[in-house]
Ligand binder design. Structure first.
Ligand SMILES: Cc1ncc(COP(=O)(O)O)c(C=O)c1O
Length: 360
């Protein structure tokens, strides 16, 4: 489908959903930023990147500019959004800051990303697990929060988050949205969506370098969300951006490359990605592997395979056929998830089909 990426041409890479992949232009910008940093680490950190920490709050610096560009892309005010390394970190900050009272319930789905469910378990949350279409009916008087994915990881479904957030609001519960797969795959307007808190990744479908995610919160929730790492921004009068904006010395190049990723993303062809995802789903269906029911994500589809050993099949597809696609167990079923990145074409899908016909 095009685009200049750095992926191994020998591999039919059908797993953009797990870790994304950077276009060459974005990766070059990322490396250019790293080299710039190494030429003058002190200048880069103190005068260029985070000036507002180092005595010049009137000159917000390049990190602030990158944040503003991302805020525009996701339909948010820059003040309500902070960079975090990934969606897991953003959601950890939220979940670990929320002081649950005994008896509080958190409504979530069986389709969530495992690390986030683990984080709720870590804080001892009383989880009400349901199917996405049961969320609204599962909200009750004890519901403190609903926690759901905009696009689910194991099943690749697009959930009606605006509707779910509205239902939570009406019931006086918080809505916490895991948007790891959304930026770059579906258009976002966070101001309009109605969530209380939203965490997303730029390194998946937006194509930023690994380690670029964000946490967004409505102004009324920003005070209680503690940063995972307490550092210099943790001051009495600090705002959301300051408290979360500096987590000790770390490489900010992935964050700073986000504006380039947004620019390059504009050259992708979402209609082609969607059409190829539809085509993959159709062909997998013809082989007897039906898609998990529900509204599908635009560029990702999960289908059910006959019972078998998913790890074995996953290994075989890569080792024998050079097809990179995740196969895994979910709720007692064997699923395979195809992701169509901006670089995939029909040949990749042909290779997957041929490999599956041989293996199954
Ligand atoms: C729905 C969902 N949430 C969270 C994550 C975690 O993303 P990260 O590892 O970048 O934090 C993923 C990763 O695939 C995901 O699919």
């Amino acid at each position: 489908m095009g685009g200049d990426f750095l992926l191994d041409p020998e591999v039919a890479y059908l797993n953009h959903g797990s870790f994304g992949a950077c276009a060459r232009l974005v990766f070059e910008e990322y490396q250019r930023l790293q080299l710039e940093l190494e030429r003058g680490p002190t200048d880069f950190f103190t005068r260029q990147v985070a000036r507002w920490f180092w005595g010049a709050p009137e000159q917000p610096g390049r990190l602030f500019e990158a944040r503003a560009a991302l805020a525009r892309f996701v339909g948010a005010r820059a003040d309500d959004l902070v960079f975090v390394p990934n969606a897991t970190s953003g959601l950890n900050a939220v979940i670990r800051s929320l002081r649950l009272e005994p008896g509080d319930e958190v409504v979530t789905t069986r389709h969530e990303y495992g690390a986030i469910t683990k984080t709720w378990e870590f804080v001892g949350a009383n989880l009400v697990m349901c199917e996405p279409d049961e969320i609204v009916a599962s909200i009750g008087p004890r519901t403190r929060a609903i926690s759901g994915s905009h696009i689910t990881s194991p099943t690749a479904l697009l959930l009606p988050v605006a509707e779910l957030c509205a239902a939570a609001r009406e019931a006086g519960a918080l809505s916490i949205v895991d948007g790891a797969h959304a930026p770059g795959q579906v258009p976002l307007d966070l101001e309009a969506l109605g969530a209380d808190v939203y965490a997303g990744n730029c390194h998946k479908w937006l194509g930023a370098p690994k380690g670029a995610g964000f946490l967004w919160a409505r102004p009324e929730h920003q005070a209680w969300i503690e940063p995972l790492v307490v550092s210099w921004g943790y001051r009495e009068d600090a705002d959301f951006g300051e408290r979360h904006g500096w987590a000790g010395t770390r490489d900010p190049a992935a964050y700073l490359a986000v504006p380039k990723a947004i620019e390059v993303h504009a050259s992708f062809q979402p209609d082609c990605q969607r059409a190829l995802a539809d085509e993959s789903e159709r062909r997998l269906g013809e082989l007897g592997f039906p898609r998990v029911p529900g509204e599908p994500a635009p560029f990702m589809r999960a289908v059910e395979l006959p019972a078998g050993d998913p790890v074995e099949l996953w290994k075989r597809l890569y080792a024998e056929f050079r097809v990179e696609v995740p196969v895994y167990e979910w709720e007692g079923r064997q699923l395979l998830r195809v992701s169509i990145g901006p670089y995939n074409d029909e040949d990749d899908v042909d290779r997957l089909m041929a490999a599956l016909e041989r293996c199954l």
